[in-house]
Design a protein around this ligand. Structure first.
Ligand SMILES: Cc1cc2nc3c(=O)[nH]c(=O)nc-3n(C[C@H](O)[C@H](O)[C@H](O)COP(=O)(O)O)c2cc1C
Length: 274
């Protein structure tokens, strides 16, 4: 009995738990234990859910690529439909394909790596992104080995956030198939109207380039007047959100331009890009 009491006394946990409930020492002990248990639970769930999060992210990217090419319906089997795309990695400086296995490449991670990125000068940086990866992922929608649409990843700063999305070009590499953003933090109802399907719909069929090959597509103030020349290069402005709209015009211009996918599109047009 005496020995049992001695063991109980020498255990600091039991000693603390035996203190009265209003003891500051016991309160502190219980609070620390609670924090410890909660942080272990959070850490375990973060690690356990990581593969699921990555799978969801990948599925979301695939869904957006299908949406921008008009292949996404309510009942679409995303993985099956995505098999129609050939995924390639392009060296943006030369426009040539790289041998890198697309599944192993993340262009947004590469953009943060000094060995794999390019720092943009103020003049180059129309999209306000400061740096970009040297290599970018492109998605080719082919039918009988003929490219029907090319999907290009684009990103750039709006008013509050960087908008990430895809633009697709049809086989003439000028007619736009669609523009779709999958991540941004612009204000809902203002800059967030970039997600409004009726605004997005107008991109389809618009011409990205003029006859000289200059990027011409841009958002204007107000609504497009279809009786006027040049309407094929214009998109309705976002009411009350001109700053996000300017960001969208700038990022599309950057990525379709000489410092973005320009060299790749030139190669594709001349038939040497494939
Ligand atoms: C709370 C708040 C949120 C705003 N969010 C946006 C936004 O997401 N995008 C944007 O371009 N303008 C936003 N604005 C408005 C801009 O400050 C600016 O007035 C607007 O872009 C000018 O466009 P307008 O000339 O079409 O009115 C916001 C303003 C406020 C007060």
């Amino acid at each position: 009995m005496a020995m049992e009491q001695q063991t109980k006394k020498s255990n600091p946990f039991t000693e603390l738990l035996d203190l009265p409930n209003d003891s500051p020492k016991k309160t502190l002990f219980v609070a620390i234990m609670l924090c410890l248990v909660c942080s272990i639970l959070v850490a375990i769930s973060a690690v356990a859910l990581k593969p699921q999060q990555l799978a969801n992210k990948e599925a979301d990217i695939k869904k957006n690529i299908l949406a921008v090419t008009g292949l996404l319906a309510d009942d679409t089997d995303v993985n099956k439909a995505f098999k129609r795309f050939e995924v390639k990695i392009v060296d943006l400086a030369t426009g040539k394909y790289s041998d890198i296995e697309p599944n192993t490449y993340d262009q947004y991670k590469a953009a943060k790596d000094p060995a794999r990125n390019v720092i943009l000068t103020a003049e180059q940086d129309r999209a306000n992104i400061r740096k970009r990866a040297k290599l970018a992922t492109v998605y080719l929608l082919k039918e009988n080995d003929v490219v029907k649409q090319v999907v290009l990843p684009v990103h750039g700063y709006g008013l509050w956030s960087t908008l990430y999305g895809f633009i697709s070009l049809e086989s003439d590499l000028n007619t736009i198939g669609g523009l779709q953003f999958y991540a941004h933090a612009e204000t809902p109802g203002l800059g967030g109207e970039v997600d409004n399907p009726s605004w997005r719909d107008q991109w389809k069929g618009k011409k990205a380039f003029d006859d000289q090959g200059n990027v011409k597509i841009k958002l204007i103030r107000g609504k497009v007047d279809y009786t006027q020349a040049g309407a094929e290069h214009q998109i309705d402005g976002l009411s009350g959100a001109t700053l996000t709209g300017n960001g969208v015009s700038n990022l599309v211009n950057y990525w379709l331009g000489d410092h973005g996918f320009g060299p790749y599109l030139t190669k594709m047009r001349s038939g040497t890009g494939q």
